[in-house]
Design a protein around this ligand. Sequence first.
Ligand SMILES: [Zn+2]
Length: 250
Amino acid sequence: MAKKTKRIDTHAHLGECCVFGLLSTEEDMLRRMEECGVDATIVQPYPGATTASKTHDRIADLCARHPGRFFGIASVTPHGDRDVYEREVERCIKELKFVGIKLHTIGHGVNPLSEDGDRVFATAHALGVPAMVHTGPGVPFALPALCIPAARKYPDLKIILAHAGFAVFTAEAQVAASVCGNLYLETSWCIGEDIRWMIDTIGADRVMLGADLPSNVPVEFAKYKALELKPDVYDKVLGGTAIDVFKLSW
Ligand SMILES: [Zn+2]
């Protein structure tokens, strides 16, 4: 299969979540990937994981058992001891070869404009990986526009707005991306026609599919299929963009 035609889910969680009351297993993920023809999934712990580092190890194990089918994203609360945060994130990127860092505005209670919010952006910038930020439910911290100052402070850092505003704040996510070329849109839970609008106005090279939950994988793929996009655009938003942004290689 040519590199750019891979189908990638850029947003998935493994393990349990005491914040949202959710659970996703390796089997759930593999079954949905098989069902929907997903080549690779980018996996992170839930914000309510009992111990983030244990879930990071579990993700690394999943990546090792299924080479090229999974990539990891580190997700740790930036509150508390700075060294503890930086050590765990650095371990994920350098030792476990994860491809990004998550800032969870609602799950970890982090304002992107705060000092602890900046810690996430600064760490991602220093380690040379993209930062993914939860947007949508969880206002005011989850408002997409709150990522604009970080995008301007770190112009060569790629920041992915997870859920692209989650339908209700999608217009704001589009505006944020329109004024900052280093903001990217991951579209889980968005309205189909809004996804088309984001692709048409921001460009396919800054829009990517994500599913968030295993049961939502078939839904998100069906949504994109129903848009009847041009083949080159479809290939980008379903995989090519993620390959470039996360520097994925096989
Ligand atoms: Zn999520």
